[in-house]
Ligand binder design. Structure first.
Ligand SMILES: NC(=O)c1ccc[n+]([C@@H]2O[C@H](COP(=O)([O-])OP(=O)(O)OC[C@H]3O[C@@H](n4cnc5c(N)ncnc54)[C@H](OP(=O)(O)O)[C@@H]3O)[C@@H](O)[C@H]2O)c1
Length: 661
């Protein structure tokens, strides 16, 4: 679709940077500074104009991208709408609420699309934050603090005049305000505001608008927010564009409300009473560009839609800024017009967990659309480690806080009640946002329903997302396995590893087919949404598939570069069965392998991250365990890494058919 850029300054360069890979074509560029327009156009092989009417008349652009200086936005948008062209405007939409509303009315009456930057509510870090809010991690959000420390524009911008004229509120302040409106809906009132003219005397140019603004803003269905927008506070200040939310059950910190990419530590969550834990991105970075908003807008226009909801949000943000100015000048509360922000609000303000789960899901190479969607990486909750038992409560809490969505549990691990306590505590994720996998132990194949109900009771949930046979082997029943973590190790092992007097394993007379049928009863009773089986070879899996009324959705096997189990993985993937890799990191010597160290050095990550990514790249879900909070976060973050074919080939050299623990 053809578009016309109006404004050829610094921000236009940022938009144009993504044009070579974009479906959009640039028909022309218009700037009052004819030389600047000509230079910009020459570099992009498009027409240059110094007059807007001429540009609109002579290009066949369907969309104008308004990249003029702040104060010119409304006038340019108005002219373009009046000429019958759809407009995508840089922020702010206008400098007062009446002008913004007028633009919306014009677009509405003319049946034209109107959209407005910023796109940051749709960027990766902000979506992680939105997901945490949507998952109910914070409970009711009572307070927000936001900083927009634009800094000394005379220091970092070659043409600061436009900034100095409008002040920090209509520039940087728009980022946190847009986010808060996207997450919580409209603000109702500026309770109190103050504006200062503080500025270094030695500077040749000074702001004509207040250089520093503070305001307390009430949201209808959200927090009371304290905003500081400043030119005086340098952009290197520690707060920069930080935004914090404080809820009844937890707090969330976003380090840069205006960021277009997400790093490992961009978002952190602090459950009430606990330290903050980073919530790393779990899917490959989208790497948003300024042009993304225009592309989405153009795609909607091409589909015959006429989007205006982003412009309504932009108009409401302008109304908040104007109310802040009024409150600062007149002191006292000022109500904020909604500007249509609640009418036809477009997409739901908060990203729903299911949508986000799809986004972060890994299904690479899995053939069938019926295959269940799983998070890229899960968390292993087993207490068993190198011949010892360890407490996992703290590490499971850290994993939940970091944003793990798949927990691998089992009655054998004996700690379901502790996981249940964590899931019931304030600040826990909502049940629907989690994938809970449980396993029936070998001694319970004739008592699957009893075992399953016991595990569900301990976890405090109605059903498992997947319930699996821990092993294909059936052993002698030794009674219900309750809270093994609270029993002495000897007593727990006597119950779980039954032996005949001879010392031989005490087995049960039950075939794998019969065990599977018993497991299916858990599905029939609604206690498990899907079923799975662990530690099988291809032949055993074929046995299950041959008798199954409910085929396995998940196969869990030990898998790491020494033991890639490629044939079995392919067999599963061909049948739409998801493979989960247990014990992905703990094979002796694995993390010291030089090939992993080399790839890790090239990728600036750890060998463990390379192994996690090796599984994820193959469409397999690793469930690493760790008691080290940095490792817990790093392993989840590694789920956003994908290895290339040559890296996968290098790691394939580690395969060892004779591998044994
Ligand atoms: N179905 C089954 O029969 C079965 C069998 C075994 C395991 N599993 C499941 O698989 C899960 C994981 O298996 P696993 O317990 O054998 O452990 P694993 O995940 O293979 O390895 C854990 C070990 O790796 C270390 N580690 C973790 N992340 C690291 C990192 N980023 N850098 C360096 N070292 C790191 C841990 O030490 P730190 O604590 O210091 O990080 C720990 O020593 C279990 O919890 C369980 O849920 C299932």
């Amino acid at each position: 679709m053809n578009c016309l850029f109006v404004g050829a300054g610094a921000v236009a360069e940022q938009y144009a940077a993504a044009l070579p890979e974009s479906p959009l074509t640039l028909a022309g560029v218009c700037d009052l500074d004819a030389d600047r327009a000509a230079e910009f156009a020459a570099a992009r092989d498009c027409a240059a104009f110094a007059d807007l009417d001429a540009a609109l008349a002579e290009t066949d652009a369907e969309i104008v991208v308004n990249l003029t200086s702040h104060a010119a936005h409304a006038g340019v948008t108005r002219s373009c709408l009046d000429a019958g062209v759809h407009v995508y405007s840089e922020k702010p939409l206008a400098l007062d609420a009446d002008a913004a509303r007028d633009l919306l009315d014009r677009a509405e009456n003319a049946g034209l699309g109107l959209a407005c930057a910023p796109i940051t509510p749709d960027c990766d870090a902000q979506r992680i934050a939105a997901r945490a809010i949507g998952d109910g991690r914070l409970g009711r959000v009572g307070l927000a603090t936001a900083h927009a420390h634009v800094g000394r524009v005379t220091e970092w911008h070659d043409r600061p005049d436009s900034f100095l004229e409008v002040g920090p509120l209509y520039d940087g302040g728009v980022y946190p305000l847009s986010l808060l409106v996207a997450w919580f809906g409209p603000a109702t009132e500026v309770r109190v505001a103050d504006a200062l003219d503080t500025w270094p005397e030695r500077e040749e140019q000074s702001p004509t608008a207040p250089s520093h603004v503070e305001a307390t803003i009430a949201f209808a269905d959200g927090p009371t927010a304290r905003l500081t927008a400043s030119f005086y506070v340098p952009h290197r200040a520690r707060e920069f564009y930080g935004l914090e939310l404080h809820g009844d059950d937890g707090s969330l910190s976003l380090d840069d409300a205006g960021a277009m990419t997400a790093e490992r530590d961009s978002v952190s969550f602090g459950r009430a009473g606990r330290e903050y834990t980073p919530m790393p991105p779990q899917a490959p970075a989208d790497g948003s560009t300024h042009l993304d908003g225009v592309e989405r807008f153009a795609a909607a226009i091409a589909d015959g839609r006429r989007p205006r909801e982003r412009a309504r949000r932009g108009a409401h943000v302008v109304a908040i800024c104007e109310a802040i100015e009024t409150a600062a000048a007149e002191s006292g509360p000022v109500s904020i017009p909604d500007c249509g922000a609640t009418a036809d609000p477009g997409p739901a303000p908060v990203v729903r967990p299911e949508a986000e789960q799809r986004r972060g899901a890994s299904t690479t190479g899995v053939a069938r659309s019926s295959a269940i969607r799983l998070p890229s990486v899960g968390f292993g909750c087993s207490r068993y480690r190198d011949g010892e038992y360890v407490d996992r409560e703290e590490s499971v809490a850290t994993a939940l806080d970091a944003g793990y969505r798949l927990l691998d549990s089992a009655e054998l691990y004996g700690n379901e009640h502790r996981i249940g306590d964590l899931l019931a505590a304030p600040g826990a994720p909502e049940r629907e946002s989690l994938f809970l996998l449980g396993k029936v132990w070998n001694t319970n194949h004739e008592h699957v329903l009893e075992a399953c109900r016991g595990s569900l009771d301990e976890l405090g949930v109605d059903a498992f997302d997947c319930y699996a046979l821990h092993w294909p082997d059936s052993w002698a029943y030794r009674g219900a396995l309750e809270r093994l973590a609270e029993k002495p190790v000897d007593a727990a092992e006597e119950l779980t590893f039954p032996a005949e007097e001879s010392g031989e394993r005490a087995t049960a007379d039950l075939s794998l087919a019969e065990s599977w049928r018993n497991l299916e009863a858990a599905h029939e009773q609604g206690l498990a949404r899907t079923l799975g089986v662990c530690n099988v070879d291809r032949e055993q899996l074929a046995t299950v598939l041959a008798v199954a009324n409910v085929p396995p959705a998940v196969v869990q096997i030990e898998r790491h570069p020494y033991q890639p189990r490629s044939e079995l993985v392919e067999f599963c993937h061909d049948r739409g069965i998801r493979v989960i890799a247990h014990s992905p990191l703990s094979a002796p010597g694995l993390l010291d392998e030089s090939v992993l160290a080399e790839i890790a050095a090239e990728r600036d990550c750890s060998p463990a991250a390379v192994v996690v990514a090796w599984n994820v790249t193959a469409g397999v879900v690793p469930i690493p365990a760790s008691n080290d909070s940095e490792h817990v976060v790093d392993n989840l973050h590694a789920g956003s890494l994908r290895l290339d074919a040559s890296e996968m080939r290098r790691i394939a050299t580690l395969a060892d058919p004779a591998f044994e623990r």
